[in-house]
Design a protein. Structure first.
Lengths: 182, 461
């Protein structure tokens, strides 16, 4: 291997799998071995894979709930302000705060804010848009959006060892193991 | 026994792998050259898009007086078409959101273009009320914003609810559609060989790399979006129904309107999905992905929704009789015997009688017949809105103000123009974006493999 990347230019080692089960098994083994700084790349969501690489928490539902509550409260407050405080209009002696009539708009704005939180929150937590990422330096990586499954163990993992990790990934039945340049 | 045979038709023809699915769907976009029918179809649609631009331009110059509307029939084509288009849009959300939550995996091959159809239909729908404003350049008065006049919209009015419902619906549909496209845009970025498409798809894919951590949050977001869109779609057409039911016009002032409008919307929307899916699968050889079973399922939904609509028609007549209100009774008899009775009879034929053919399995599995029936349903649902709006309004409380409504050339030109715009956008969508969700099809391949695996494991099954 003469064309090896200098160590400080190395992002990690990428193992390629043909079947989704292969990458899940490899990720589980890697986690058991003590690897933590790793990520898997797949053409579709693979069941159990995020958990296998140690991703359990998910704050997105809370964020969406927060968006929904903010939309509902804000929507109702806007209508209350407009009809009771800013422009009170007496129509046949009916109450200014005619709250049942405000429910549809309150509901619509709750949905709108929750949906915006769902999509923008997902982008934000995922760090997208991200124009550059080292994994794209591997030519075979374009198969990650077709039919191949990848597991990358990064050099910043304390357990990372160029030879040892290479051998470990090979032993997991990887179709190919490649070095990833930063 | 015939049902058993149908069950054997898979929702995805066997023999496909992650790779073949990816290549087949992305090649429609990346191959560049389209089938000849695409050019013919887009050409016609583009022609009518220009008719649309001209009729809007002349409308802006000369005002709504060029239309056939009068007092008392002030709503006319603009509101008929608004309700019709927004109804068509609802099937897209139903397929993408409700069927996702119900885990109906057959939705996978039709949800992408159904969502696109929703977007384009809602875009057309949203235009009509604005064009119908006497002074469309003041449309921003509908939005609540602090202004020097110290004025606010009337939040107690369903027409203002409608503004919020439609803008929320359009925004959520766009977000949902774009989010669903991102992994497929990444696929197109990785598959395209030329640099310009690669760059454009790359920008819109936002650097998606299929990370497992990203997928986890993506799925959470996608499912919750579906859970949000489900009540939204029902609320939107309910509010459209309330636009009518809130008033005291005979024939409009009925509590059945919101649910009856939602059912009618899904009915016409599925008919439009069918009318698009049948030529699409034929021209692009997508019969492996959009199988006869999909058509059968959609036909069943159409039949079910059609029966709810029939119930709505019966209730309208029943309530008129049960109330013994002279105006309601007059309206019910006017529908059968008035100036527009021939349209009402056509409506009953298109929406009540013709869809009954869908009880037959042979009809439900015949693409040509389904295509013809779905065109009739679309026309029938348009007539329904015409009947609801025009017959109720043209016989006002005061006989002295009774009038007849006849659409003018510009009414029809604008209507044909929006149909042209809708199809032009749809043709561009087919040309530049994947018509079937690729990553969800890959999931379907995996699911099918697992099912086959478990079937083989159980002997005697």
């Amino acid at each position: 291997m003469d064309d090896r990347i200098e160590y400080h230019r190395l992002f990690g080692l990428m193992a390629e799998f043909i079947e989704p089960e292969g990458v899940v098994e490899a990720a589980k083994h890697a986690y058991r071995e003590g690897y933590r700084q790793m990520d898997a790349y797949t053409p579709f969501p693979v069941e159990g894979l995020p958990e296998a690489i140690g991703e359990h928490k998910n704050i997105l539902p809370l964020l969406i709930l927060g968006g929904g509550i903010a939309g509902a409260v804000g929507g109702f407050a806007m209508q209350y302000f407009a009809t009771v405080i800013a422009y009170p209009l007496n129509v046949g002696g009916r109450p200014l705060n005619s709250w049942p009539a405000y429910i549809p708009i309150t509901f619509e704005l709750a949905i709108l804010a929750a949906a915006v939180a769902a999509v923008l929150g997902m982008f934000f937590i995922n760090g997208l848009p991200q124009p550059y990422h080292p994994v794209f330096n591997v030519p075979e990586f374009d198969m990650a959006s077709r039919d191949r499954f990848f597991l990358v163990i990064e050099t910043k993992d304390p357990k990372f060892d160029r030879e040892g990790t290479y051998q470990f990934l090979k032993d997991q039945g990887a179709h190919r193991v490649t070095e990833v340049e930063v | 026994m015939r049902i058993d045979r149908l069950k054997k038709i898979p929702i995805l023809e066997p023999g496909h792998t992650y790779g073949t699915i990816t290549d087949k769907i992305s090649s429609i976009v990346l191959a560049g050259r389209q089938p000849r029918l695409w050019y013919i179809g887009f050409g016609i649609a583009f022609l009518f898009t220009n008719v649309f631009l001209l009729s809007v331009g002349i409308l802006f110059l000369r005002g709504v007086g060029i239309w056939g509307i009068n007092i008392p029939v002030a709503w006319g084509f603009a509101i008929i078409n608004f309700v019709w288009w927004i109804g068509i849009g609802h099937a897209g959300t139903l397929i993408s959101a409700i069927l996702l939550l119900l885990r109906q995996n057959w939705r996978t091959s039709i949800n992408r273009f159904a969502e696109a159809m929703t977007l384009f239909a809602v875009a057309n729908a949203g235009l009509y009320p604005i064009l119908h404003l006497g002074r469309p350049y003041f449309f921003h008065y509908l939005m609540p914003y602090p202004n020097t006049m110290g004025l606010w919209p009337q939040f107690r009015s369903p027409l203002v609810w409608d503004v919020f419902a439609i803008t929320t619906y359009a925004t959520v549909s766009l977000l949902f559609w774009y989010m669903g496209l991102i992994p497929d845009l990444a696929t197109l970025r990785d598959r395209s060989t030329r640099s310009l498409p690669r760059m454009i798809y790359g920008v819109f894919a936002m650097g998606w790399r299929g990370s497992a951590r990203h997928w986890k949050r993506y799925q959470t977001s996608y499912f919750l979006m579906a859970a949000l869109a489900t009540p939204l779609v029902i609320s939107v057409h309910s509010i459209v129904g309330l636009d009518f039911a809130y008033s005291i016009v005979p024939g409009w002032h009925v509590t059945i309107f919101p649910p009856y409008f939602v059912a009618g919307a899904v009915f016409s929307g599925f008919a439009m999905v069918m009318a698009i899916a049948i030529p699409l699968r034929k021209v692009y050889n997508l019969e492996d992905f959009i199988t006869i079973r999909h058509l059968d399922y959609m036909a069943r939904v159409m039949l079910g929704m059609g029966l709810i609509v029939v119930y709505g028609y019966m209730m309208e007549i029943f309530i008129a009789w049960y109330s013994q209100d002279p105006l309601e009774l007059y309206l019910a008899s006017n529908r059968f015997s008035g100036d527009y009775s021939w349209l009402y009879i056509a409506l009953i034929a298109f929406n009540v009688l013709i869809p009954q053919a869908l009880w037959s399995l042979r009809v439900r599995t015949n693409p040509l017949l389904l295509f013809i029936i779905s065109i009739f349903i679309n026309a029938g649902m348009w007539l329904e809105r015409f009947i609801i709006i025009v017959t109720s309004l043209h016989r006002d409380y005061l006989p002295s103000s009774w009038n007849i409504y006849i659409p003018t050339f510009y009414d029809i030109a604008l209507f044909l123009g929006t149909i042209g715009l809708f199809f032009a956008l749809l043709f561009l969508f087919i040309r530049f974006l994947p018509v079937i969700s690729i990553f969800e099809m890959r999931e379907l391949v995996k699911e099918q493999e697992e099912q086959l695996g478990s079937a083989e494991a159980e002997p005697g099954d």
